[in-house]
Design a protein around this ligand. Structure first.
Ligand code: FES
Length: 77
């Protein structure tokens, strides 16, 4: 059974305006565990999404999924 790594999505107002909540929903549908985060003071870089202990600025779904999948691979080596 595979367990995909946890992702933190900023649910603050700015990131929400930039589609973070829709991205969180899409990531959940892809099987990722997604945590809702308050504003991370990264508003100029919205949407801010954390994978592991690092934030992706102006994140796209592709970047997040790619990094999260890479993290699973790195963790399991
Ligand atoms: S609203 Fe997302 S970092 Fe501020």
């Amino acid at each position: 059974m595979s367990c995909k790594s946890a992702i933190g999505v900023c649910y603050g107002p700015r990131c929400s305006d930039f589609g973070s909540r829709d991205m969180a929903e899409e990531l959940r549908q892809q099987g990722f565990e997604v945590e809702d985060l308050d504003c991370q003071s990264l508003c100029p870089h919205a949407p801010a999404i954390r994978v592991g202990d690092r934030f992706i600025h102006r994140a796209t779904l592709e970047q997040v999924a790619e990094r999260a999948e890479g993290q699973v691979t790195a963790d399991s080596v």
